[in-house]
Design a protein around this ligand. Sequence first.
Ligand code: NAD
Length: 499
Amino acid sequence: MRTVEHWVGGKATAGTGPRTGDVWNPATGERQAVVRLADTRDVDTAVRASAAAFEQWSQSSLSARATVLFAFRELVNSHAEALAEIISDEHGKVVSDARGEVRRGLEVVEFACGIPHVLKGDYSDQVSAGVDVFSFREPLGVCAGITPFNFPVMVPMWMHPVAIACGNTFVLKPSERDPSPSTLVAQLWADAGLPDGVFSVLNGDKEAVDALLDHPGVAAVSFVGSTPIARYIHQRAGANGKRVQALGGAKNHAVVLPDASLDYAAEHLVAAAFGSAGERCMAVSAAVAVGPAGDDLVAAVTEKARAVKLGAGRDPDSEMGPVITAAARDRIVGLIGTSTAQGAELVVDGRGVSVPGFESGFFVGPTVIDRVGTEMDVYREEIFGPVLSVLRAGSVDEAIALVNKNPYGNGTAVFTSSGDAARRFQRGVHVGMIGINVPIPVPMAYYSFGGWKDSLFGDKHMHGPEGVAFYTRAKVVTARWPRTSEHTSGASYHFPIAT
Ligand code: NAD
């Protein structure tokens, strides 16, 4: 059985923690590897190595850092297929989808290649007689990243390329469900010429996470995962005086207005709800049909959902793979069961599906539930599976109110042909990322990614300008170079003002 090791000090290491976890192949239902689970001592070793590396790396020139970033970009690009296949094998998503994940991660690396430009400071000449003011930003130190299973390459890449480009060192604690892509990423950083200790991977679970949150050598924590854990990370890391950004779960609504092309909306809703088996934080899990749009929309969605090709991630004909674990499948199946008991209409039932040749895989088929109410479990819970709930609203304002009443605020979309309605929607919703006729509005890397409300704890979104702000702190210098003749001019005792 293959063992997934940690990566500390520039090489793979077993560490001291005696525990291991199982890594499953979701398509076959078989255990394919074990992963080391770091203990507190392993965390201490990695953080110390990272802190030692920070001394040098934080002093490296911007062009030296950009050179490593450009080399890393080339290596990720040339290993994109290998990364996509490893993702597919451990996560279960189809390879074409995994390729897209790698591509979106690569965009962040490309953004970070421009770090010399992004880190330019401000300069104000002659703010007072003979006085100039300028600002620049410095790295924080050792930054930790704790990431979820659903994007094992892209979500860590929202963090480490930016943190490292800013001059920090980085310790990644990836999901223990699909840890292997992080080992290849660590190897690629090393091959790109990144000094040992600047990027580390610690595999593990709660024990490793808690040790990172409590370690005095960790300056900042970036987290992406479910809302209860995000809230916990934010509180515990914050209480320990660390800078923290913790992105949580989601319930993303797509509002379909009667003036939209229903065929276009249905096509995109189905892809956004069932792509990656619904295991995306930006997946559409609630469609809100406004006015007369409802029945026709449900009919179109039903037809398209029934046509989705379910299969193993490595099968090029598959459009949707299995979910991550047997436990996830059982939880999703259980939630689907509550819908009819609570009065909804199950129009496409994905329970009990079987894929020939993969009978033990963790499959749930596309599921569509109509006439869902906001009090029902399928609406209140983040299902994180291939389940689309359809709700009805009387007007665009009623739909906006419904979106805003939900505790999550990650992403939302509106389908319409009315610019006025779209504008009302974009201005009215309390959500961080909004799509207009775009169902999964994941911002490009040079913008920042983040939600509102229970989808983000902390005040900075990831990558883009907000990521740079998160991984650096500002210095403002006020400078005067007095001439010799001015050396004897008196200092005044009042608070300095510009003259
Ligand atoms: P999770 O919260 O279970 O795990 C995330 C990370 O936290 C993992 O590294 C895990 O090891 C660690 N962890 C789990 N339980 C912990 C505990 N009790 N104490 C300390 N650490 C713990 O999330 P997941 O199931 O891996 O991923 C799915 C979730 O992530 C969904 O809720 C999804 O919406 C969310 N997500 C959010 C975004 C976003 O940008 N907001 C992006 C991707 C995924």
